[in-house]
Design a protein around this ligand. Structure first.
Ligand SMILES: [Zn+2]
Length: 75
């Protein structure tokens, strides 16, 4: 069971340049409140590497796509 220092959690932000949203502890991972990526925690240290993050399963795009779209690619 991974835990993380609340003070550390407070200063952490999503490493994705277009995102930079705060992270929230979710189960044994950090969940980005912006792009919804999941960053795993190894030895009490979050692995904040976008390439290593788990992308959320994409639900069918619905009414709240505008919010999620903020973090996704723009042409
Ligand atoms: Zn993010």
């Amino acid at each position: 069971m991974a835990t993380i220092d609340p003070e550390l959690l407070e200063i952490l932000a999503c490493p994705v340049p277009e995102c930079r949203a705060p992270l929230a502890l979710s189960d044994s991972a950090l969940l980005c409140t912006g792009c919804r990526r999941r960053y795993r925690i190894e030895q009490s240290w979050p692995v904040l590497i976008p390439e290593e993050a788990e992308l959320p399963a994409m639900p069918s795009v619905g009414a709240n796509s505008a919010e999620a779209g903020a973090a996704s690619k723009n042409p």
